[in-house]
Design a protein around this ligand. Structure first.
Ligand code: FAD
Ligand code: EPU
Length: 336
C-alpha cells in the first residue's frame, strides 16, 4: 500500500540543498508498489528521485516525487573468476562500491565516492577516473510506466555513451529502474590507472589492489570536489564538450595549452578549463558560485541559493564560453 505524504521538504533529499518542497512524495519498495504507480501518477507531474545528486530544483515541485527504495543485493551467478550481482535501485552507490571492494569484487573501484543511488548509475552511465559503469553492467531491470510492463534490458540495449543512455533519451521519465545487474571480477582484475596521477597515488597506497584504488580515488576526489554536506552541489554542472578536429586545430593555434582527450576523429575538451579561462573559477554571484578548486562544479555558496540563481549563473557561464571559444556547453545536471 503506497503511503503518500503531502508538502514534503526536499532540502535534505537532494545535494544542491536548495529550500524547496514537493506537493506530494511517495516511496516505492517492491513490485506491488511500482505496479500501483501508473494509476497514482495518471495526469500528474512526477519525478523519480534517487539520491538527488544530479538534479537542481528551480522551484517547489508541483507534482509527485517518487523515491525507489528497493535495497536488495543478490548473487545471480558465480564462478571462480566472476560474480554477477543484482543490486536494488535504492542502495547507496558508494556503499555498494565499498561492499564490492571489501569482498574482492573488481570493476567499480574507480567509481568510488560518487554520490547517489544504484538505480541512477546507468542513467547517465556514471564515469570517473577512466571507467564508465557500462563496462560492468550486464543489464537493467525497470518498469515502463507508459506501457505498464516489466522490462529487462541487456547492456547492448541501454544505448550507453559518454553521460548518455536510453534512459535519458527514449525512456526519459517513462521508467522506474528497480535494479541493476553487474558482472564483476573475482580475480585477474583489470585495473584502470591511466587517469591523471591515479597510478602514482595507487603505488603510494601499497600498489595494485581494489582497496588501494578506492583509497586513491577517494583522496583525489576529496581534494577537489566539494562535499555536498558542507556545500551544496551536483558535481559537474556541464558535460565536457566534444568538438571537431578542425575546430580543435583552430583553437589550438590561439590556445596551445588547451587540454584535450582524443576521441575517434574528434576531441573532448575539459569544460572546467574553458570555464576557468573565462575567469569564472571561484566567483560568486549572489548566493551561487563556481567552486574554487574545480571550475566545472557550481555550488550553493552559502546554503541560501535558489535554484533559479544557480541556473542563471550557469547560463552566464555557458554564454561566455560560447562567445570566447564558440563551444556550446550542455548541462549534465537535470534541471527540474
Ligand atoms: P538523482 O539525482 O536522484 O537523479 C538523476 C536522474 O535520474 C533524474 O533524472 C532522475 O529522475 C533519474 N532517476 C534516478 N533514479 C531513478 C530510477 N531508479 N529510475 C528511473 N529514473 C531515475 N557523476 C558521474 O558520472 N561521475 C562523477 O564522478 C560524479 N561525481 C559527483 C560528485 C559530486 C560531489 C556530486 C554531488 C555528484 C557527482 N556526480 C557524478 C553526479 C551524480 O552523483 C550521478 O549522476 C549519480 O548517478 C546520480 O544519482 P542519484 O541517485 O543521486 O540520481
Ligand atoms: N581543469 C581546469 N580547471 C579546473 C579543473 C580542471 O582547467 O578548475 C582542467 C585540467 O586540465 C584537468 C582537466 O580539466 O586536467 C580535467 O579535470 P578533472 O580531472 O577534474 O575532470 P573533469 O573533466 O573536470 C570529469 C567528470 C567528473 C569525473 C572526473 C574524473 C564530466 C562532466 N565530469 O571531470 O564527473 O569525476 O572527470 O574522471 O565528465 C560528474 O559527472 O559530476 C563528475 C564530477
Amino acid at each position: 500500500m503506497l503511503e503518500i505524504l503531502n508538502d514534503v521538504p526536499l532540502k535534505p533529499l537532494h545535494t544542491f540543498g536548495t529550500d524547496v518542497r514537493a506537493e506530494a512524495f511517495v516511496k516505492v519498495a517492491d513490485r506491488e508498489d511500482v505496479e500501483a504507480l501508473p494509476d497514482l501518477l495518471k495526469e500528474r507531474n512526477y519525478l523519480i528521485l534517487g539520491g538527488g545528486s544530479n538534479v537542481l530544483f528551480t522551484d517547489n515541485y508541483r507534482g509527485i516525487v517518487v523515491k525507489p527504495v528497493m535495497n536488495g543485493l543478490n548473487t545471480l551467478d558465480e564462478s571462480e573468476g566472476h560474480i554477477v550481482l543484482e543490486a536494488g535501485a535504492g542502495l547507496d552507490w558508494d556503499a555498494f562500491v565499498a561492499f564490492c571492494v571489501k569482498n574482492g569484487y573488481g570493476g567499480v573501484e574507480n567509481l568510488s565516492l560518487i554520490p547517489g543511488n544504484v538505480g541512477a548509475s546507468p542513467i547517465q552511465n556514471i564515469g570517473a577516473y577512466g571507467v564508465e559503469i557500462e563496462k560492468v553492467i550486464e543489464g537493467v531491470r525497470f518498469f515502463n510506466l507508459a506501457e505498464r510492463g516489466w522490462n529487462a534490458y541487456a547492456k547492448g540495449q541501454c544505448g550507453f555513451g559518454y553521460r548518455q543512455s536510453v534512459f535519458k533519451k527514449a525512456l526519459k521519465n517513462k521508467c522506474v529502474i528497480v535494479s541493476v545487474v553487474f558482472r564483476l571480477t573475482k580475480k585477474k582484475h583489470d585495473f584502470q590507472l591511466g587517469y591523471g596521477d591515479l597510478s602514482k597515488l595507487v603505488k603510494e597506497k601499497g600498489g595494485e589492489s581494489l582497496q588501494a584504488v578506492r583509497d586513491a580515488v577517494i583522496e583525489i576526489r576529496q581534494g577537489k570536489l566539494p562535499d555536498p554536506k558542507v556545500k551544496g552541489n551536483a558535481g559537474s554542472f556541464f558535460k565536457n564538450p566534444v568538438i571537431s578536429h578542425v575546430q580543435f586545430i583552430e583553437l589550438q593555434k590561439i590556445y596551445p595549452d588547451m587540454p584535450f582527450y582524443d576521441l575517434l576523429g574528434e576531441k573532448k575538451i575539459p569544460a572546467a578549463w574553458l570555464i576557468e579561462k573565462c575567469g569564472w573559477k571561484g566567483k560568486t554571484i549572489g548566493n551561487a558560485g563556481v567552486h574554487h578548486k574545480q571550475a566545472l562544479v557550481l555550488v550553493n555558496a552559502n546554503g541560501m541559493a535558489k535554484g533559479k540563481e544557480i541556473v542563471e549563473l550557469a547560463k552566464q557561464i555557458k554564454n561566455s564560453v560560447q562567445s570566447r571559444f564558440q563551444i556550446e556547453l550542455d548541462f549534465e545536471v537535470n534541471i527540474v
